[in-house]
Design a binder for this molecule. Sequence first.
Ligand code: UT7
Length: 303
Amino acid sequence: MGKYVPPTVLTNEDLEKRIDTSDEWIRSRTGIEERRIADNETNTSDMAYEAAKEALESANIRPDQLGLILVATVTPDYTFPSVSTMIQERLGAKNAAAMDVSAACAGFIYGVVTAKQFVESGAYEYVLVVGVEKLSKIVDWEDRNTAVLFGDGAGATVVGKVSEGRGILSFELGADGSGGKHLCHKEFIEMNGREVFKFAVRQMGESALSVAEKAGLSKDDVDYLVPHQANIRIMEASRERLGLPVEKMSKSVHKYGNTSAASIPISLTDDLAEGRVKDDDVVVLVGFGGGLTWGALCIKWGK
Ligand code: UT7
């Protein structure tokens, strides 16, 4: 795993000066204290490249060993060329095919599940999956309903074969296009917060339980939960559905806000670096997003 977050911090106090909001409202309704914002010179592909480099180094894989690069993003530099082709060139991953995945905040899960199919079939030995967003460029900074929620960043992983008994035990992907209107990007991000909230609480809990069951496990077998870092109240609801104690849930929403497709890999990278996830832990990753889309993975951690 690897991650990149831009150095510039935007705090709730900074937002109080720009729009009609308060630190107290943002903290109590979302759990967010600050978020990172990329500068004008840093685009989505730059953040994706940094996270990808770190993931390759930590996996000890050379770029030319990659068979495929999948970049989950809804904020690409351009419609085309894709972010995945841009980083293919910068990494020197000359043997890799490349495509972007558009599933909003569930994009990283969609990417990893896609990567798993190619690795399992034997088509590719290693697949790089990056979740990356520069949401600051599509946020309406005058709209307090959305401006307080989002941040920029990237997280990445290398998917490859692992030893018997470890790896991805089960997955779930889903979509409900009828809810697309509740969270969309026309000129800016538009969101019906309450509808998305209700959907997220239900879906995150159900999907987290469902992947554990599909892996032949009960919720008591789950050691750690990495939910999409959208809102602490939504995350807590999914943790409670699994019956896990507070310290067994990944939490970085207070530092980075909602970074959409990047939130799960950023949070998990920090968990690994800080020793919260260890080899042979059963880890559930679960996300939801615009589309509406959702996805979950149950992983026995370790190479
Ligand atoms: O990756 C997926 C992205 N989306 C999400 O995860 C969003 C899911 N939804 C949520 O997280 C929550 O619905 C929000 C955090 C967006 C809002 O929390 P809520 O508890 O659902 O609040 P609400 O929408 O019911 O709004 C309560 C009040 C409203 O005022 P009135 O109508 O009661 O007078 C809003 O206008 O809070 C007001 N409000 C704010 N006040 C201060 C909305 N945004 C703000 C703000 N600061 N930033």
